[in-house]
Design a protein around this ligand. Structure first.
Ligand code: Q0N
Length: 287
């Protein structure tokens, strides 16, 4: 029996449909964004790489926190998920000083209320991973908030639970990834609650779109690090002198194929599974 899909949300690169009252279908496209602009050229199989990676992690982090994943579809780019009551918080963990964490540190010596040692350089590893939640700002960009503001949004007990859970997820995945040559500089989770009020990991997890992946063998703190996946795209866009407002430029074939190869390399390193095997049988990542 087929069921009616109702389109409920479009992210920049993903679509969300409802299936009845209790399930969602999450579909990852091959669209790519850079400097917050979706480009007109797609990266073939990017959606499958991200879907496969998320499913790989969900299958391995169930002891830390249950996930919303119910089923990985045979197309390798769509998943059926439990429909949850989402928490109004982006749960960010940082193990290294990059992006908005670095900018906050430069200005104030701390980030999201975490006092940090003096003299850190851009991209330095932090003494301990830190939890730096943000809110989904209605006007596009996420806004970093401190613990007191996050507690106002979800309550103290729930805050402590998402902090503890986020740090445990980050420790698990960053140790796994580092052993395979990839540093997870930072990562973002979204959580929801099931009908019984239990915390459930939702959205995507430990993908290049939700995390900063750095190749460990090129790690050189003291400046920005090359992005594992999007560096060719960024470098090409910079070379054009594009002003980073829509519409974005078309990508030439060599930038597309180089970028596709980087996504597949990240997938294969992290999962230990040949990407061709994933295409033939997506459930290989769940074993
Ligand atoms: C949900 N978003 C924000 C897809 C991701 N399991 C869930 N239950 C209820 N709602 C959501 C999920 C999930 N995941 C998450 N919106 C709804 C992120 N979206 C943006 C569009 O693409």
């Amino acid at each position: 029996m087929s069921e009616t899909l109702i389109h409920v949300a479009s992210g920049k690169v993903r679509e969300l449909f409802t299936i009845g009252d209790e399930r969602l279908l999450l579909v990852a496209s091959d669209r790519i964004s850079t400097f917050d602009v979706v480009l007109p050229t797609e990266i073939p199989d990017k959606g499958r790489v991200l879907t496969g990676l998320s499913a790989f992690w969900f299958a391995r982090t169930g002891d830390v926190c249950p996930s919303h994943l119910l089923e990985l579809r045979p197309d390798g780019r769509s998943t059926e998920c439990r429909r949850l009551e989402m928490l109004p918080l982006e749960c960010v963990v940082r193990g290294y000083l990059a992006g908005s964490g670095w900018k906050d540190y430069l200005r104030t010596g701390s980030t999201s209320g975490h006092a940090l040692p003096a003299g850190l350089r851009e991209s330095d590893r932090l003494p301990e991973p830190i939890f730096t939640p943000s809110t989904k700002a209605t006007s596009g960009h996420d806004e970093n908030i401190d613990a007191a503001q996050a507690i106002e949004l979800v309550g103290r007990e729930r805050y402590e639970e998402v902090e503890r859970t986020s740090l445990a997820l980050y420790r698990f995945a960053s140790e796994h990834a580092a052993a395979r040559g990839i540093l997870i500089a930072d990562t973002k989770f979204e959580f929801g609650l099931d009908a019984e009020g239990r915390l459930v990991l939702a959205d995507e997890a430990f993908t290049p779109d939700s995390s900063r992946f750095w190749p460990a063998d090129e790690y050189a703190p003291g400046g920005p690090q090359p992005s594992f996946d999007k560096q060719f795209v960024r470098d090409y866009c910079e070379s054009l002198g594009w002003d980073k407002t829509p519409p974005g430029p078309e990508l030439p074939d060599d930038v597309v194929s180089g970028t596709r190869a980087r996504y597949i390399d990240a997938f294969e390193r992290l999962t230990g599974i040949a990407f061709a095997d994933y295409l033939a049988e997506p459930s290989a990542v769940l074993a």
